[in-house]
Design a binder for this molecule. Structure first.
Ligand code: SAH
Length: 345
């Protein structure tokens, strides 16, 4: 079955012209899929019945089944666990901020990056998501809440740059003026540091925000918790980030999860300020979320503030990420693991 929700408008036009249809049908079909966002061919009432039947025989409209939905009583954060058509699971998290709703979405089932502190990688990698499966997380949340999603972060399960082609296709579709028409500036992509792909992304010169999961300030420490650092070290990573900024003029956001006794000392704060000196950047300090298999504890509040002060005093912009959805285990990867464990046990 052809996955038509992953197709761009020119691709849909080519598909329909192959079925002997005029060009304008492509726009009609695109609009049903991405503007009205229907989930069946029957609803596409301006397409001839014979065409709808033909499409139903040969094409599928990707849909996600909501297996669990948890709503935080504290702050209205919603966590969705979706079942994909092949029975695999992914998660999305909807967060409410003053400036609007932000949706954190997954790009892969599992992850092969192996970061020591991360729940999503513990059971390994299963498969890439298709562009339509990434997109449908956004459409499904909009349908469920009836509210406009104002920003998207590719920070859920998976390494987006390890699923480069489908993620690029997703970005093209979600920003299409005939679809959701989200601005690139309201999309963040987070990576553990896949340097060759960061360069490729820079070449595309998109106005998205690139987030880099840094989490350490020297190669030995970073390699110990993030295997990707053995392939591309800090120097190579930061050089690629500088190229990204030179090309796109976008400020890079560095994620730094503070782990008690591991990366939260004053010396490490000073080193971090040194590494980022002169770069157009912002540092997001995140109290690490507890993951059973990892066993890392978050830094105490005073340590976090002290770390922040060192950076601020040296002219590095920082924010401390607020914990949202604390009552629903909203940190990524954890619901999927529970679901898999329930199936296995
Ligand atoms: N693979 C991408 C995107 C998914 S992870 C990446 O590595 O950036 C999204 C963010 O959550 C990353 O910054 C990641 O390092 C961080 N993260 C993973 N596990 C975490 C944990 N237990 N506590 C805090 N942040 C975590």
């Amino acid at each position: 079955m052809t996955d038509i929700k992953s197709m761009t408008l020119p691709e849909l036009e080519a598909l329909l012209s192959g079925l002997g249809q005029p060009k304008f049908r492509g726009k009609q079909l695109f609009s049903w899929l991405h503007e009205k966002r229907v989930l069946s061919f029957e609803e596409m009432t301006n397409l001839p019945a014979a065409l709808r039947e033909r499409l139903a025989e040969t094409c599928c409209i990707t849909a996600l089944e909501t297996e669990r939905k948890l709503v935080s009583q504290l702050d209205g954060t919603i966590k969705y666990l979706y079942r994909l058509q092949d029975g695999e699971h992914v998660e999305s998290v909807l967060m409410r901020y003053e400036h609007g709703i932000s949706l954190c979405i997954s790009s892969q089932v599992g992850c092969r990056m192996g970061c020591a502190f991360c729940a999503s990688t513990k059971a390994g990698f299963v498969r890439n998501l298709t562009a339509s499966e990434i997109l449908e997380q956004v459409y499904a949340a909009g349908r469920d809440t009836g509210e406009r999603i104002s920003s998207i972060v590719l920070m859920g399960i998976g390494e987006p740059l390890d699923n480069f082609d489908q993620v690029m296709r997703f970005l093209e579709l979600v920003t299409d003026p005939h679809g959701l028409n989200l601005s690139h500036r309201h999309i963040s992509l987070s990576t553990c540091g896949v340097v060759d792909r960061i360069r490729e992304l820079a070449e595309k010169d998109l106005q998205i925000t690139l987030s880099i999961s840094l989490h350490a300030t020297d190669d030995a420490a970073r390699s110990a918790i993030m295997p990707i650092n053995k392939r591309w070290n800090l120097e190579e990573l930061l050089a690629a980030c500088q190229e990204y900024t030179d090309k796109t003029h976008r400020r890079i956001s560095y994620e730094y999860a503070l782990i008690s006794g591991v990366n939260d000392s004053r010396r490490q704060a000073e080193e971090l300020a040194g590494l980022l000196k002169g770069m157009l950047c912002h540092v997001n300090l995140i109290p690490v979320n507890y993951v059973r298999e990892a066993g890392y504890e978050k830094s105490p509040r005073e340590k976090i503030y002290a770390f922040q002060k060192v950076l601020n005093d040296r002219g590095v912009n920082t924010t401390i990420r607020r914990t949202l959805g604390a009552d629903i285990n909203a940190a990524c990867g954890q619901l999927r693991r529970e679901a898999e464990e329930t199936v296995l046990s």
